[in-house]
Design a protein around this ligand. Structure first.
Ligand SMILES: [Zn+2]
Ligand SMILES: [Zn+2]
Length: 145
């Protein structure tokens, strides 16, 4: 009986994030159905729903998990147009990517990419509204000093 109990307790904590290796993926956001159409000739319905994923420079595709931190990739077209370096985890046994941080590449230079509220001086990965004053935030691409 005691052994059974400990097994029940385990799964929730089993895959703590520290066990997952952090990786950087460099590439661009793509619509996965469109990319699969282009690469493998798969037929799409006339009005397909975009499914945003990530294509790395070596041509590997990843599905992006929509989380609080990655929300911007799904809602901000400005960000989707950029060459990006996404930091995060490829979840075990999947090609699903959980993003924890992002940078952009502009003219070959790696820049910090974030939203900024001028009033509160708060940096965030969330496309807004500002978590403090509820006002608009602006996208900032900052070159290293
Ligand atoms: Zn699409
Ligand atoms: Zn604010």
């Amino acid at each position: 009986m005691a052994a059974d109990k400990s097994e029940i307790v385990k799964p929730g904590k089993a895959k703590s994030k520290t066990e997952l290796q952090e990786v950087d993926l460099r590439g661009k956001i793509v619509c996965l159905p469109e990319a699969m159409h282009a690469v493998y000739g798969i037929d799409l319905p006339t009005n397909h729903g975009h499914i945003w994923g990530f294509k790395t420079k070596d041509g590997t595709f990843y599905t992006l998990l929509r989380t609080k931190l990655s929300e911007t990739l799904f809602v901000d077209e400005q960000v989707r147009k950029k060459e990006l370096i996404l930091k995060g985890h490829v979840l075990p046994k999947t090609q699903i990517f959980e993003m924890t941080d992002m940078k952009s590449v502009r003219n070959g230079v790696v820049c910090d990419l974030y939203y900024y509220c001028d009033i509160c001086a708060i940096k965030t990965l969330s496309p807004g509204p500002c978590m403090c004053c509820q006002g608009p935030v602006k996208l900032v691409e900052k070159r290293p000093e």
